[in-house]
Design a protein around this ligand. Structure first.
Ligand code: ADP
Length: 508
């Protein structure tokens, strides 16, 4: 791996508000109290821009997960608890307030996210933080709309009898939620919003790489007035705290976002008490550009952003770029030129387009794939390098001349690396698009509306973007086919996954 050692990282001042937050000890939130880990242990949180330690957080483990689950269970099982006597409208107002408080603290949250994760602070300000607030605002509206049905029943073996039958949607109970590091605050919002809208209680475990904004969100949730014990947050490692939460016998449901590999472990851990499981996992999404795309320049810019946004650390990244033969060279040159224009630097520098990868593990993973691509004989059109020696920076990278057996084509890299390949047959490209164990997202670029719809219908993916990419909305369900997951996040569909249906039948 070529390393550009001359790459220099400027020192950046941190705002007083973030300094104040960093000076407070990072503990677990259990039953409304901020507590040390039972073991007294803590772990380091690194600045991915220079590898330095920015903070320490309590290293929760099984004992802490137990205490948090107990706190959540106590609230959930007490019919007189304020959380359970609260009207849906009051609950909705509380959730709305969380959204408001996120917006009030937008700058601080964005800065914290950038420091912890490495993403450009400007992106966190316009995307991560406002979208997190929007999710709570959107979910606030649903609190008053969790409805069942009245069902006319016939009961053939009870001739002449009359019944009044209906369904109710009830909270599933105590929920364990395990989230990743790529959008730390937004993933916490995606998970906590529906939990609260449906009246559940929760134990959230943030990723060990990026726990800071989830902890700040915990403070905000308390400030909004969510009763103690409803939302518990335990920081710690995946293999210990996360595994304990997934396996816990008194947890009714586990919701996980992360790698497909860990998703499979979650399923196994959940089997002990057959808790409900939802999973949002990896992807290797095809982004298919037809030669009749409306505006080639814009399509090229979008194809670059589809892979390079968030440094490629998106489960839905458009990492397989398929381009109709006639325009292949132009698109590859354009995406490569866009890659070369990207200003790389620390997330907190105002002019940074792309920050460092999140951790040294990710750096090793991504550079490992770059090496594998090189060794397998793919042509590196641009990028393929590490920048500097302390932070976890890599250059945005474009490969061509690949074949479908190469690891860079088959596996999720989770970095700013795209493989580009030409096609000339629509049937063949749909099959190649679907030739993956994943099924999270896909992109199509064409001005032929009928071709767009035909292709979208055949792609086995939870989201298909036509003439756009990476468009998310709180109202739009997101999730995967195949090994990209079980269930959907956001939209009203997610509410089904946080409620049980109770059928009630009354003999008249
Ligand atoms: P990545 O490999 O990209 O770091 P992971 O899937 O490992 O993503 O991590 C996503 C989340 O899953 C994190 O919160 C992590 O702590 C947690 N996690 C990792 N391993 C396990 C496990 N064995 N059981 C439960 N949670 C885990």
């Amino acid at each position: 791996m070529v390393t550009d050692a001359a790459f220099e990282i400027p020192e950046i001042e941190i705002s007083t508000k973030v300094q104040e937050f960093l000076s407070r000890p990072k503990k677990c939130l259990i039953n409304g109290n901020w507590v040390e880990a039972a073991s007294g242990k803590s772990f380091s949180i690194y600045n991915p821009a220079n590898g330095s330690i920015i903070d320490m957080a309590a290293e929760g483990d099984k004992e802490d997960i137990d205490a948090a689950v107990k706190a959540a269970r106590k609230v959930f099982d007490d019919p007189k608890h304020p959380w359970n006597t609260m009207t849906p409208s009051e609950r909705g107002k509380l959730i709305w307030k969380i959204g408001d408080l996120i917006l009030e603290n937008l700058d601080e949250l964005a800065e914290l996210e950038s420091l912890d994760n490495g993403k450009p602070v400007g992106v966190a300000k316009v995307a991560d933080v406002p979208l997190s607030a929007d999710l709570f605002h959107y979910m606030a509206g649903w609190a008053t709309k969790i409805e069942g049905n009245t069902i006319p029943i016939s009961v053939p073996y009870a001739a002449g009898a009359k019944f009044h039958a209906f369904t109710m949607r009830e909270p599933v109970g105590v929920v364990g939620q395990i989230i990743p590091w790529n959008f730390p605050l937004l993933m916490a919002a995606w998970k906590l919003g529906p939990v609260l809208a449906t009246g559940n209680c929760v134990v959230l475990k943030p990723a060990e790489q990026t726990p800071l904004t989830a902890l700040r969100l915990g403070e905000i949730i308390q400030e909004a007035g969510v009763p103690d014990g409803v939302v518990n947050i335990v920081t710690g490692m995946g293999e210990t705290a996360g595994a304990a939460l997934a396996a816990h016998d008194d947890v009714d449901k586990v919701a996980f976002t992360g790698s497909t590999e860990v998703g499979k472990m979650i399923v196994q851990a959940a089997a002990g008490n057959l808790k409900k499981v939802t999973l949002e996992l990896g992807g290797k999404s095809p982004n298919i550009i037809f030669k009749d795309t409306e505006n080639l320049e814009q399509t090229i810019a979008s194809a670059a952003s589809a892979i390079f946004f968030n440094h490629g650390q998106c489960c839905c990244a458009g990492s397989r770029l398929y381009v109709e033969k006639d325009i292949f060279d132009e698109v590859v040159d354009g995406v490569s030129a866009a890659a070369d224009q990207i200003k790389i630097g620390p997330g907190l520098a105002g002019d940074t387009d792309m920050g460092p990868l999140v951790s040294s593990e990710q750096l090793n993973r991504v550079t490992g794939f770059m090496n594998a691509g090189q060794e397998a004989g793919a042509t590196c059109v641009t990028g393929g390098r590490r920048l500097g020696e302390n932070g976890y920076f890599v250059t945005p990278t474009v490969y061509k001349d690949t074949n479908d057996d190469m690891s860079i084509v088959r596996e999720e890299i989770f970095g700013p690396v795209v493989v580009a390949d030409p096609f000339d047959d629509i049937e063949q490209i749909i099959d190649r698009g679907n030739d993956t164990t994943y099924g999270l997202a896909a992109g199509i670029w064409t001005r032929d509306i009928s071709k767009a719809h035909r292709t979208a219908a055949r792609l086995r993916a939870g989201t298909v973007w036509i003439n756009c990419y990476n468009i998310f909305d709180s109202a739009l369900p997101f999730g995967g086919y195949k090994q990209s997951g079980w269930g959907r996040e956001m939209g009203h569909e997610v509410l089904d996954l946080y409620t049980e249906t109770k059928a009630v039948c009354l003999g008249l």
